[in-house]
Design a protein around this ligand. Structure first.
Ligand code: NAP
Ligand code: G4F
Length: 350
């Protein structure tokens, strides 16, 4: 009997990409299952609008407790849900933090993927049940880049425990495709941002600070290396590429990028400029934000994704900065209203 709708399991559904992907899949008519790790506070802010919708328009979104460190739990979920597609977005995804927590990063970001792949392989062996799997690989794997622009054939040279963990995850996924015939694909995604980006990644740190400075809620912004260059796209565009990869008959790996690069300094210029401010009046350097080893330049070549998947980014760099600044200005305005009403205590702790 065929199922009425496709069923997807998204790990990392509470993160930036997970929230956009869940929206995208629900719009396509999928039944979406999300893996959520237990926390003492709610961590579902990015998907609350989708969750609320369930009761209003009966959109099928189901959340399950689980953790990439818990292989038994992951295997049980895969058996119970029997998804058609698994999108593995869960990771300790912060490069700077991975220098402080290398073992944890390896466990979750690297070995966690092996746990999922084993669960999928077991189900395929036991029940002949084919699951398509997407692995969130990263341009951070190119690290000290061997060539520019970076493409699928560029050799890897990771520069952080995170990059090394992602490289293990990438190769174990390729290995399970070659060894066991699993339908598994890796998207080598370059940096992608949005108003839902975590506040400790540099773009969001800049847009949050610039808008708070504009409204007098903050006076300075402390950053590290302003000369690093990144190929920054919009997260909402990139989740479509993930989905397209799993719709192909043959699994494969693809670079997803805008094919343009800008420095952190240029991001500052544009973000503060949007608010009529000069970043040089507010940005100061703090050595704590430099990394033991840096990735100086990332610039992708996404010809393969554009040619074979028919994918292309829609949001340009200036548009991305504008949409992030405008969203954060709205957030800062709300913060200002609460502060003026003496309601600081209900603001999130910073
Ligand atoms: P993110 O916002 O940091 O989200 C990470 C997600 O992983 C969150 O839902 C987080 O849950 C979850 N997670 C962390 N540790 C977990 C664990 N032990 N068990 C289960 N879930 C866990 O990252 P993102 O920007 O959306 O990126 C999505 C994926 O793409 C990540 O794998 C990242 O490494 C990769 N990637 C991102 C980019 C980029 O530029 N954004 C580029 C290339 C690759 P909590 O909400 O509970 O923390
Ligand atoms: O925003 P970032 O922390 O992103 P990074 O390190 O490029 O990693 C992100 O992109 C990867 C894809 O290549 C993902 F796989 C990964 O999960 C993550 O999403 O830093 C960008 C650049 C770095 O060169 C950093 O040194 O900005 C520089 N930077 C300068 N000052 C800063 C700061 N980064 C942060 N987070 N905070 C600063 O104050």
């Amino acid at each position: 009997m065929t199922r009425p709708t496709k069923r997807a399991l998204v790990t990392g559904i509470t993160g930036q990409d997970g929230s956009y992907l869940a929206e995208f899949l629900l719009d396509k008519g999928y039944e979406v299952h999300g893996l959520v790790r237990r926390s003492s506070t709610f961590g579902t802010q990015r998907i609350e609008h989708l969750y609320r919708d369930i009761h209003e328009v009966e959109r099928p979104l189901v959340l399950h407790h689980g953790d990439m460190a818990d292989g038994n739990g992951l295997a049980r979920l895969i058996r119970e849900i029997r998804p058609d597609e698994v999108y593995n977005l869960a990771a300790q995804s912060h490069v700077r933090v991975s220098f402080d927590q290398p073992t944890y990063t390896a466990d979750v970001t690297a070995v966690g993927v092996l746990r999922l792949l084993e669960a999928i392989r077991d189900l395929q062996d036991a029940a002949g049940y084919q699951i398509r799997f997407y692995q969130a690989s990263s341009s951070e794997m190119f690290g000290k880049v061997a060539e520019t622009p970076q493409r699928e054939t560029t050799p890897f040279h990771p520069r952080s425990p995170y990059g090394v963990a992602k490289l293990y995850a990438h190769w174990i996924t390729v290995n399970y495709r070659e060894s066991y015939g699993l339908h598994v694909s890796c998207g080598i995604l370059f940096n992608h941002e949005s108003p839902r980006r975590g506040e400790t990644f540099v773009t969001r740190k800049i847009t949050r600070a610039a808008t708070r400075i504009k409204l007098g809620l903050q006076s300075k912004l402390y950053l590290g290396n302003l000369d690093a260059r990144r190929d920054w796209g919009f997260a909402g565009d990139y989740v479509e590429a993930m989905w397209l990869m799993l719709q192909q008959d043959t699994p494969d790996d693809y670079v997803v990028a805008t094919d343009a690069t800008f420095s952190v300094r240029e991001f500052c210029e544009q973000a503060f400029g949007r608010l009529g401010l000069d970043y040089r009046d507010f940005v100061a350097i703090d050595q704590r934000y430099f990394r033991p080893a840096e990735v100086d330049l990332l610039l992708g070549c996404s010809d393969k994704a554009r040619g074979q998947l028919g994918w292309q980014p829609r949001v340009s760099f200036p548009e991305l900065v504008t949409l992030m600044v405008d969203a954060d200005l709205e957030l800062a305005r709300r913060e200002q209203v609460l502060r003026d009403a003496g309601l600081n205590s209900i603001l999130p702790l910073r």
